[in-house]
Design a protein around this ligand. Sequence first.
Ligand code: NAD
Length: 247
Amino acid sequence: MSPDAKVALITGAGHGIGRATAKLLARRGWLVGVNDLKEEFVTEACGEIGANAFPVVQNVASREGINAAVDAVMARAGRLDGLVNNAAWVRYQAIPDIAPETVDRMVQIGFNGVIWGIQAAAAAMNAERGGTIVNVASAAGFRSAPHSLVYSGIKAGVMGMTRAAAVELGRGNIRVNAVAPSAIPTEGTSRHRSAERDAKRIADTPLGRLGTVDDIARAIAYLMESDSDFVTGQVLSADGGIGIAIN
Ligand SMILES: NC(=O)c1ccc[n+]([C@@H]2O[C@H](COP(=O)([O-])OP(=O)(O)OC[C@H]3O[C@@H](n4cnc5c(N)ncnc54)[C@H](O)[C@@H]3O)[C@@H](O)[C@H]2O)c1
């Protein structure tokens, strides 16, 4: 591990898109703090990623939680160059069935967690070296299916926060961008998928396939790394073109 290696914290990296992103950045030489709620998730992910990963077990749904996660990265690595605000907890409910506890839990991690993540990372990043923050939004922030009132609202909010943070933090040499994936098979989405829905999505997608966690990891890595040095405040759709197609 080079002493100059960049250091990232990826929230919710025990599974899915977060884990794939942690793996890719580690392969590209980053030292990666792998965050998740449970030790077993983090241990398994770190085992798969190898030497460039270290565990950050923490619930990042609160300001205290994300502050503690960033503190753990600073204690382990002495610097923070990148944050991926990826963790989410998602439920889809018809409007009459939306329950306050579901809204609270989704908002705490998916919306408030992004605010506190940006705040904590901006405080920890070094102005001379700069930093990058990538928020994981969703195609659902642009368009909606039924039962997505809360999720679509949160993800549209994340896109707004991305622009607001980019404007405020640019002079501090911190870039803030977002990715907006379409439906990607992961542990988190398995309950909402069916062969029929997948077939419809594939038919509606110009590139003719479902995306993978690695597709999204590459889009995030582009925004995290110097290839995107003059890009900030943007939402990059990684969706095989489904968002620009008329179906
Ligand atoms: N998979 C998709 O189809 C898709 C599409 C668009 C956007 N997204 C977004 O991508 C991100 C990752 O989704 P995924 O499908 O990989 O999810 P996933 O459920 O497979 O993984 C999410 C991880 O976040 C962790 N997590 C949840 N709450 C946490 C908390 N409070 N603190 C720490 N960790 C926590 C979970 O334990 C889990 O390991 C989410 O923001 C999601 O909204 C996913």
